[in-house]
Design a protein around this ligand. Sequence first.
Ligand code: HEM
Ligand code: HEM
Length: 364
Amino acid sequence: MGRGLLALILVLGAAIGAARAQSCDEELPASLSNYSGLACSAVWNNYILRYSKDQDNVLSIVLSTAYATGWVGMGFSKDGMMVGSSAMVGWMGKTGIPHIKPYYLGGKSSSEVKLNQGQLLTTAVQPTVVVEQAKIYIAFQLKFSAPVTQQNLLFAFGMKIPVNKHLTKHDDKTSLSFDFSSGTSSASSSYPSNLKRAHGALAVFGWGVLLPIGAIIARYCKHREPLWYYLHVVIQFIGFIFGLAAVVAGIALYDKLHANVTAHRGLGIFVLVLGILQVIAFFLRPNKDSKIRKYWNWYHHWTGRLALFFAAVNIVLGIQVGDAGSSWKVGYGFNLAVLLIASIILEVLLWTRWSKRNVAYTTN
Ligand code: HEM
Ligand code: HEM
């Protein structure tokens, strides 16, 4: 058992080592012989960045990665964000003709990604694309007005071959800060990853944890009068404040990223409106003996359930559009499963308690 595991680790280690060694040691295709003396760095997934700069601030780049189909892009960004940056994008056309073109990334929809625009200045050396042994090489030279040192770089790829040089959205992308002097990369400092995490965490805690717990208490702990009521009021109030903060952070994030997550944004605002109505309804609730209390109850319960349902949908949507990753999926998934199972069990208990009470009532 132990030996098996050791063997597995050794094999995995060798495989990773081989993948690494293959990357930077490997020779460039013969057709790229005018690019020589390049430094090399593994930047992202299996993306290898080779580069050199000369005293005229000309940067030579050869980006290579595993390739089957679609496009591969490298962007130069002021702030680490996609919008407002310029990129070189290369691909192999359907008929086997290689393409490499500059684009201006003016927005996050296809129509705002503009061919032959942007701020990149190429030199007399023609940009080239080579596909060899299931790898693509994108080679180009750029002229900068000042020495290039620390630079925000974007990498992205899409699986669809561009039609009429029209790009469709990437299947994956990354933004990082690259130091062309030392060849090291780090997380982009100006990308609002903290704001994004704060937005997600506030939203999950408020809408995904506190508010559902408060609702569960109100439905299943009614026999603990008046404890259930105080708990419900306090928890829903705190939950609402977290939920509100999440939406405020979401709006700031939306502006910063120039996001176009319209469904997620719309659903988030809708859920917040329902939450605000719940808070207002709390202050306007009629007396217990009032005739209309029945309708108020009906309204408050169903608005609450609707809000919680759409909030859960929006958390899943947010994790998806925000590319939050598997720890968020597992964490929220686990939380949701616990809440659902608890609700089912408590619902069954509630029904048996009701039916017992009915039996007691009829036999008395
Ligand atoms: C038609 C082409 C493109 C479309 C429609 C598009 C759309 C989008 C969208 C909707 C997002 C938000 C996050 C998400 O939903 O995944 C995004 C983020 C991003 N994109 Fe693009 N994109 C395009 C081309 C490119 C290219 C060519 C690059 C770079 C070479 C790039 C780099 C990035 C990066 C780094 C991010 C994350 C940072 C940020 O949100 O600003 N995109 N893109
Ligand atoms: C009930 C309300 C909401 C919930 C439960 C919610 C939840 C989430 C979650 C869990 C994430 C993923 C966080 C991460 O990746 O770290 C996310 C991302 C995001 N949310 Fe929300 N959200 C809500 C409302 C809003 C609103 C109202 C807006 C905008 C006006 C918004 C804008 C965003 C943006 C821009 C992202 C990141 C998308 C990207 O990376 O391109 N959210 N949300």
